[in-house]
Design a protein around this ligand. Sequence first.
Ligand code: ADP
Ligand code: MG
Length: 711
Amino acid sequence: MVIPVGRTGDVREPETRELRVTPPHCPTCAAQLERRLAAVEGVTDVEVSTLDGVVRVTYDPASIDAAELDRVVTTIGGQISHVEGEDHDHLEEGLTLASGLFLLGGGLAYLLGDIPLEAVGGVGVSLSTILFGIGAALGGFPVVRRAFAELRQRLLGIDLLVSIAIVGALALGETFEAAALAFLFGLAEWLEERAAARARRSIRDLLDRAPKRVTVLRGGREIELPVEAVSPGEVILVRPGETIGLDGVVARGRSSVSEAAITGESTPVTKEEGDPVYAGTLVEDGSLEIRVIRPAGESTLARIAALVEEAQHRKAPVERFVDRFARYYTPTVVAIAVLVALIPTLLGLSAREWIFRALMLLVIACPCALAISTPVAMVSALVAAAKRGILVKGAAALEAIAGVRFLALDKTGTLTTGELRAEVLPLNGADPREIIRIAAALERGSEHPIARAIRALAEDSDSLPEIEDFQALPGRGVRGRIGGEEYVVGRPELFRELPAAVRELLASGKSAVLVGKPERPIGAILLSDELRPEAKWALAALRELRVEPVLLTGDRAPVAQRVAEALGIREVHAELLPEEKLALVEGLRERGGVAFVGDGINDAPALAAADVGIAMGDIGTDAAIEAGDVALMRDDLRGVPELVGLGRRALRVVRANIAVSILLKLVVAGFAFAGLASLALAVLIGDVGASLLVTGNAMRLQGPALGRQER
Ligand code: ADP
Ligand code: MG
């Protein structure tokens, strides 16, 4: 059954449609579904999430319209998904449990010397055989049913293979093997489904850090309401020790607030009137009245959870490898199984024995543990990162960060605090107040840290002149007209002529921007910025991880050199325009993986060009959350080495999982081929064991972060 859960894309092309196939029982089916949908004309991209069974189809609305696509997808998808929903799962669980009990009973009967029963037709049947037979039937029922569904859809699914093995074992009179196979296969499936459910839940838990109910002040009274019932503009009351339920601005009161839920930073921040506060953060010692600014579903916390959810759909290359592997693996094993059954039999060897070995190979063909291991590991890592205030927007980005060799850094606002100090230096006796007036007026249109520092110089920002034809020159400055006259603020190259005093000033290695008409500056504004206190530590930590920092800045060479020396950066490129930063990032990529970290202002091209774009900025601002592949919710460079470490650990876990599941399968296959294994052992080791090992390993990724966050 296919249930549309999507949003029919937005107005932008191409459009996306989401469908849910419940549950994604069979990884090889998912791969086949993906391939069939990809073959539909007009479909540009298909992604099947192994964790939640959501199929995401991206299509070109020009060649196929939404209704038509829906029809096609429903036919293909409807054919493919063969499990009718959650209720059905309880039935399967029950059947698996019952088959386990019969298996146990049969085993006991056998050990206690069995009771031979005279069956109709004179065949001697023992009690254990009957109990095993019932166990096999109960446990095998759901598998065979799904196998029929697969057959009708001409799919080569796992259920079909296991069904053949169960029926085959019964036919050979191996009732114990059949029962054990049915039970253990059910157990393995249940373990996998549980691991997937746990991973899904860990994403939802991100949201649970904000309370569901809040105290609203309405008409002078306090009313307790669910967060969904509160609209922006209303005022909520949060007492000491309570967690804030909605994003807002402090309207009254003062308190220290722990923002660990969002930034991962445990040191509390003082919040008072006018300060923004976020859902999920903890009010420690004062009461706050908070004016709500966003509905519950749009809180920063909700957006973080949504982005993490989204992130697992952007599969990492290593996950794609597993998908591809599963696709070829199953048919290959089936072909081998057929040969194993046929050739020795034709050569006159014991047919029974070799058919049994072939059945074992069929069972071994299930790549289930393998298919579940990567997404579970990736989600664990994504959630762990989110809890530390590192928002990674794709499993692919997580894998990329693990392989990064260079970290390109922007200077202003990234290596230095975005808080510059500005000082006016008039030229040729110009009036410093006039220089400030012009510069501050022009900088009104810019977000750059330099602009902020210059605006701060103006005492009365309301009386600044009007600007016409304003133009931001990214990486260079700003331009506009005041009373018909053109003025510029920015780099020396923006001016046709530089007075000797300016040339001297620049030669002295100071950081400065010039103010004036394009012909000639009338003043300079000296800027001094301070290094972030954590920058040195963060870069040293990165170097230990063998990631080489590279400074890319639009500022002047002497300034860049000083910063680089203070921080021990060896590769420095200064006086760059945004497009030159971009070219340098692309050049670095030829030497290895590159991450770029910037404050998101003027840096968009470089952020996009890097293998991983990391945006730093104030939490809650759209720019910080939206830009780049990774957003550091805590304005702190130490997040970068933390992220690299986490990415590498995640990739190590994934690789170990892949290796372990393939290795176990190979070992079991070897034993089976040599006639040393049983069906039961094959499933026990290859599926149950592998599932436990692999998901346990993946869950470890969440460990340390959870420990750190516990309140
Ligand atoms: P960085 O790489 O240090 O972050 P940018 O690329 O953002 O620097 O800017 C490079 C240079 O361009 C600055 O050092 C400054 O001289 C000039 N500049 C950029 N934006 C502005 C602005 N809004 N006002 C004045 N000068 C600016
Ligand atoms: Mg910058």
